[in-house]
Ligand binder design. Structure first.
Ligand SMILES: Cc1cc2nc3c(=O)[nH]c(=O)nc-3n(C[C@H](O)[C@H](O)[C@H](O)COP(=O)(O)OP(=O)(O)OC[C@H]3O[C@@H](n4cnc5c(N)ncnc54)[C@H](O)[C@@H]3O)c2cc1C
Length: 292
C-alpha cells in the first residue's frame, strides 16, 4: 500500500490542491482511495475489509476546510474535523444540532482527526452524521472525473458502505439550509458506553407556529442498512401539539421503517424499540427548545 501526499506527487511538497487530488484519484481508479481522518478507513484496512493499493491523503487541501455562511445556507468543507464542528461559533448559534451530534461521536481523540466528509462519505449506517444530514435536507458537493455535482443526503445512501459516490469522486463540502431561528432540535443516541456507535439514535428538527408543529423532520441512525429519513412519521406530527397519542402514532410509523441487524448491540426487536425511545426523547427535547 502506498500513501500519496498530493503535493509530493505533483512536485510541490507541502502544498496540496483539490484538482490534483481528483486527477490522481481518477488516474488510480479502483487502485486508489481518498484518505481523510483515517478513523474508519484505517481500522477497516487493519481488518482486511479494505485493501486499497494507494491512499490519496486529502489532508492539507485548504479548499476542503472551513465553515462559512452563504446566504441562508452554511457550507462546511469535507475535511473539517468533528472537533472543529464542536468549536464553531457559527454552528453553535445557527445549527446547534451539529454540535450536539458531534459531541456524541466517538471520543475526543477520534474527533480531533475524524472529518465531517469522512463521516458522511463512509456509508457505515453506524455513523452519526448521515441521519442528521438527512434530517436537515443537506446537499453534498461532489467532484469527480465527470465534473462537479450535488447530491441530496436523502438520496445518497444506497446500502451498507454503498453510496452515490463513484470511483475517484471526492466529496468536497456539505451545504445545509439553516432552519428558522428558534427551531427545536435534538440528537438522542443510545450507546453501550462512551465512544461507542449507536444502538439506535434519532435526530429531530422542528418549528412551531401557534403552539403547533409547523414543520418537522426526523432521521434515524443504525437501525437499517442505511441511515433513514422518517418522512411519514414526521408528517403525522405536523399540525399537532405533540400530544402523547400523536407522538405514539409517529413513533410507531418510524419504528415500522427500521430493519436493524441483531448484533452485539442487541436483538433487532430491541434496537427498533430503542429507535422509538430515542425519537420520543428527541421530540420532547426539540419541543422544549422550540418553546424557548
Ligand atoms: C474508536 C472509534 C469510535 C468511533 N465511534 C463513532 C461514533 O460513535 N459515531 C460515528 O459517527 N463515527 C464513529 N467513529 C468513526 C469516526 O467518526 C470516523 O472518523 C469517521 O467515520 C470517518 O471520518 P474520517 O475522516 O476518519 O474518514 P476516513 O476513515 O479517512 O475515510 C472513511 C471513508 O470515507 C472515504 N472518504 C473520506 N473522506 C472523503 C471525501 N472527502 N470524499 C470522498 N470519500 C471520502 C474514504 O475513502 C473511506 O472510504 C469511530 C471511530 C473509532 C476509531
Amino acid at each position: 500500500m502506498r500513501l500519496l501526499f498530493v503535493g509530493d506527487v505533483v512536485g510541490q511538497p507541502g502544498v496540496a490542491f483539490l484538482k490534483e487530488a481528483v486527477g490522481l484519484l481518477a488516474q488510480l481508479g479502483d487502485d486508489g482511495r481518498a484518505l481523510a481522518g483515517g478513523h474508519s478507513l484505517i481500522p477497516m484496512m487493519k481488518l482486511r475489509l479494505a485493501t486499497p493499493a494507494n491512499l490519496v491523503d486529502l489532508a492539507g487541501i485548504a479548499e476542503l476546510k472551513g465553515i462559512r455562511s452563504d446566504g441562508n445556507d452554511i457550507i462546511i468543507g469535507a475535511m473539517t474535523t468533528q472537533h472543529e464542528l464542536i468549536g464553531s461559533e457559527l454552528l453553535k448559534s445557527r445549527l446547534p444540532i451539529l454540535r450536539e451530534t458531534s459531541l456524541q461521536v466517538a471520543d475526543p481523540q477520534v474527533r480531533y482527526l475524524g472529518t465531517l466528509g469522512g463521516n458522511v462519505a463512509n456509508g457505515d449506517p453506524g455513523n452519526d452524521m448521515p441521519a442528521v444530514m438527512m434530517c436537515l435536507g443537506a446537499i453534498y458537493h461532489v467532484i469527480g472525473k465527470t465534473g462537479e455535482r450535488r447530491i441530496e443526503a436523502r438520496e445518497f445512501y444506497q446500502g451498507a458502505y454503498f453510496t452515490s459516490l463513484e470511483t475517484g469522486d471526492v466529496l468536497t463540502a456539505v451545504r445545509i439550509a439553516v432552519p428558522p431561528a428558534g427551531h427545536g432540535y435534538a440528537y438522542e443516541k443510545l450507546k453501550r458506553k462512551i465512544g461507542d456507535y449507536a444502538t439506535a439514535a434519532a435526530a429531530v428538527v422542528l418549528t412551531l407556529s401557534g403552539g403547533r408543529v409547523a414543520t418537522c423532520s426526523i432521521g434515524l441512525t443504525n437501525v437499517a442498512e442505511t441511515p433513514l429519513w422518517a418522512e411519514e412519521a414526521a408528517k403525522i406530527l405536523v399540525g399537532s401539539t405533540l400530544d402523547a397519542a400523536t407522538v405514539k402514532r409517529a413513533v410507531a410509523a418510524a419504528e415500522a421503517i427500521t430493519a436493524p441487524a441483531s448484533d452485539a448491540r442487541g436483538p433487532a426487536q430491541y434496537r427498533t424499540k430503542m429507535a422509538g425511545v430515542m425519537l420520543t426523547r428527541a421530540l420532547s427535547s426539540a419541543l422544549s427548545r422550540a418553546r424557548g
